[in-house]
Design a protein around this ligand. Structure first.
Ligand code: GDP
Length: 444
């Protein structure tokens, strides 16, 4: 999971200040020193770090923060706000042309994940927005790029326009536009050629395609694993082409995350999507505020719920969201969640979306395999209805009874109760933060 190191360090630093009833300017300064190091270690551009620290400091030492009733919490909120702002603030959605088709040029270096992302984006547009995109194979230089896009098209049962590798990309783009209009495609996704390095010839060619197709969106695909290089690449492409957005790929890998945190600040273009794996459905709209809370260990309940919605019916997910907000979560909900988790994806990724997961080391040890799940299930089933809803009833003798009844140990029962309490606490905090300024709906 990306950001793991950064998240751990930032959370460690923030935890020192979290519960403090009194915070001095010196405390903030000390904390900022640690935050600065954590960001630099995560490969965030040093100019970006400098500005970020200055912004946080200025706001955090303000009277309304230090003199507030919960200064520790307030400082963390400032860090969260600034981190969100750094990554673009609001989610930035993909363009929709007033007159179809919407033309999207996919650009980037070889190996960044351009072709894969073209397929993922086509899939996303169809699945989430009911669109009919035409993919265009205009990468005639990388051996097999055309074949790769055609294979993706077959896999998705979606059309791919290609003319082989003996025709110039500009010619291909021209013909593709005609085809898209004839067949009433509402999106045209052009997979352009990449190179190993930014070079003059490539830029000229991309400029020509741009002039010809007049794209609504020029999405730069960059590999998050390349860290600072990703930022430099973004700068060069932006200077020549004026990119409108960035897709950061390979955020599922073990990246330090610096690229995600710098690319918006340096190029002033938003990150629109994040690639989270090799499969065609591993593309997520990039939500700066959600990413910030994931990094700070406050979880990403909204993405979690969205994932759940594809596995659970909507009414149930809504009910869960309400319970999280109002802090009414019961052990039954907890159990149900774990059962769904099994079908929702890699556990560590999901855990990183749970509030306070970084702190809840114990939670990481719950392997949601059938055996352990059955233990948890047995424990929950051995509770009375009242106990499930109000864990404060669970005194020593009740815990003994539950352990006996479920055929588990007191330690296991204790662990589960503790994990549940921590999760509930974090969700309450999180809900408080998310209540503000949340926008719903729209195109993403
Ligand atoms: P292109 O040269 O830019 O068209 O790159 P490709 O689309 O061929 O991708 C290069 C490699 O990166 C392939 O092996 C992809 O499967 C892989 N890849 C692309 N996006 C992601 C991602 O988000 N996560 C992971 N783990 N791999 C990815």
């Amino acid at each position: 999971m990306a950001f793991e190191g950064l998240a751990e360090r930032l959370q460690g630093t923030l935890n020192k200040i979290r519960g403090k009833g009194k915070v001095s300017e010196a405390d903030v300064k000390e904390m900022m020193r640690e935050v600065r190091l954590a960001l630099l270690e995560a490969d965030v551009n040093f100019k970006v770090v400098k500005q970020f620290i200055a912004n946080v400091k200025e706001r955090a030492v303000g009277q309304e923060v230090l003199k507030s009733l919960t200064p520790g919490q307030q400082v963390i909120k400032v860090v969260n706000d600034e981190l969100t702002k750094l990554m673009g603030g609001q989610q930035s959605k993909i363009a929709v042309a007033s007159k179809p088709p919407t033309v999207v040029m996919m650009v980037g270096l070889q190996g960044a994940g351009k072709t894969t992302t073209t397929g993922k984006l086509a899939n996303h547009l169809r699945k989430k927005h009911n669109r009919q995109p035409l993919m265009v194979a205009a990468d005639i230089y990388r051996p097999a790029a055309i074949k790769q896009l055609e294979t993706l098209g077959k896999q998705l049962s979606m059309p791919v326009f290609s003319m082989g590798d003996q025709v110039s990309p500009v010619e291909i783009a021209k013909n593709a536009m005609v085809e898209a209009k004839q067949n009433h495609h509402d999106y045209v996704l052009i997979d352009t050629a990449g190179r190993l390095h930014v070079d003059e010839e490539l830029m000229n060619e991309l400029e020509e395609i741009k002039a010809l197709t007049n794209p609504d969106e020029i999405l730069l695909v960059v590999d998050a694993m390349t860290g600072q290089d990703a930022v430099n690449v973004a700068e060069s492409f932006n200077e020549r082409l004026g990119i409108t957005g960035v897709v950061l790929t390979k955020l599922d890998g073990d990246t330090r995350g610096g690229a995600a945190l710098s690319v918006k600040a340096v190029t002033d273009t938003p990150i629109k999507f994040a690639g989270m794996g090799e499969k065609v459905d591993a593309l997520e709209p990039f939500h700066p505020e959600r990413m910030a809370s994931r990094i700070l260990g406050m979880g990403d309940v909204l993405t979690l719920i969205e994932k759940a919605q594809t596995n659970v019916d909507e009414a149930k997910a809504k009910e869960l969201e309400r319970k999280m907000r109002t802090n009414e979560l019961t052990f039954d909900d907890f159990l149900e969640q774990l059962e769904q988790v099994k079908s929702m994806g890699p556990l560590d990724e999901l855990l990183s979306m749970m509030p306070g997961a970084g702190k809840m080391k114990g939670l990481k040890n719950i392997q949601v395999d059938d055996k352990q799940l059955s233990h948890i299930e047995a424990i929950v089933k051995s509770m009375t209805k009242a106990e499930k809803e109000d864990p404060s009833l669970l005194n020593a003798s009740r815990r003994r009874r539950i352990a006996k009844g479920s055929g588990t140990s007191i330690q296991e029962v204790n662990r589960l109760i503790k994990q549940f309490a921590e999760m509930k606490k974090m969700m309450k905090q999180m809900a408080g933060m998310q209540g503000k300024g949340k926008k719903k709906g729209g195109f993403k």
